[in-house]
Design a protein around this ligand. Structure first.
Ligand SMILES: NC(=O)c1ccc[n+]([C@@H]2O[C@H](COP(=O)([O-])OP(=O)(O)OC[C@H]3O[C@@H](n4cnc5c(N)ncnc54)[C@H](O)[C@@H]3O)[C@@H](O)[C@H]2O)c1
Length: 254
């Protein structure tokens, strides 16, 4: 089972302080990787210390980097690689729409798609270019990038899933296949983890309505999503590229 281990690998995780990011980070560290976390906050080390075991801290570093500062993003990632030559890149950021809302629904939609798709896809391209001749890229997709939502799970709640989210997640999956094809001959693998709902103290009636749509009767934990990230980064997935893996309790199989 050594093939699943990540000792000697340097992995960058963008958005590593988020809900899914923390689960993935915990799994990466347990698998033996050295990890650089990128996120938006300035005191990222303090945040890491607040939820990681102190013994893990020597395996992990933090740097503030916004994945939506597009002019210059390629250069920042190339510079990052020159200082911290990484073997794997994980796109786990979830860029919120900017504060500068015009109130125009079309502008908001375009901006949401641009920020989410741009961040994930442009980071992947820059990371692939930097890592050639060998490396692995994992992006976070979603069940909603593969199947359409059943809106009945939101009945009686204030929750909703917007069309921009499905558009962005479908694009991220499609782009991963393009990138896998473009960089396969350079030893770069590109794959996507597609979670359904991830446990976060969700309440009724949403929780029950969601769970009833799954075969296992529950949402995933962030660590179950993280385990799939580790798999794609590891040698166990050494012949797997352009693929996606659903972590959705069977929601999408019926
Ligand atoms: N949570 C779920 O139920 C779920 C389900 C399916 C897919 N996903 C996907 O997993 C990924 C992570 O989602 P999450 O639930 O952890 O979100 P989250 O909001 O909990 O965390 C996102 C992280 O990204 C960081 N971030 C935001 N903008 C950034 C930027 N410009 N540059 C760098 N970092 C930035 C945030 O600071 C935060 O730490 C997303 O792609 C999301 O679509 C989540």
């Amino acid at each position: 089972m050594q093939m699943f281990r990540l000792e000697g690998r340097r992995i960058v995780i963008a958005g590593g302080l988020g809900r899914v990011g923390r689960g993935a980070l915990a799994c990466l560290l347990e698998a033996g990787a050295e990890v650089l976390v990128l996120d938006m906050v300035t005191d990222g080390e303090t945040v890491l210390e607040s939820f990681l075991d102190s013994r893990c801290m020597e395996q992990v570093a933090y740097e503030r980097l916004s994945v939506t500062e597009f002019p210059g993003l390629n250069g920042r990632i190339a510079d990052l690689w020159a200082r911290y030559p990484f073997d794997g890149w994980v796109n786990c950021a979830y860029p919120a729409a900017s504060e500068d809302e015009s109130g125009c629904p079309e502008t908001s939609w375009l901006e949401a798609v641009q920020r989410h798709v741009g961040a994930s896809c442009l980071c992947s391209e820059a990371a692939a270019e930097a890592m050639a001749p060998g490396g692995s890229i994992v992006s976070l997709g979603s069940v909603y990038g593969v199947i359409g939502p059943d809106f009945s799970i939101y009945n009686g709640t204030d929750k909703f899933t917007p069309s921009a989210y499905s558009a962005a997640k479908g694009a991220i999956l499609s782009h991963a296949r393009w990138l896998a094809s473009r960089y396969g001959s350079k030893g770069i693998r590109v794959n996507v983890v597609c979670p359904g709902g991830v446990q976060n103290n969700q309440t009724e009636p949403f929780l029950g309505q969601y769970n009833a749509k799954t075969l296992l009767g529950r949402m995933a934990t962030a660590r179950e999503v993280g385990a799939a990230v580790v798999f794609f980064l590891s040698d166990a997935a050494g012949c797997t590229t352009g693929e996606f893996l659903m972590i959705d309790g069977g929601m999408s199989c019926v």
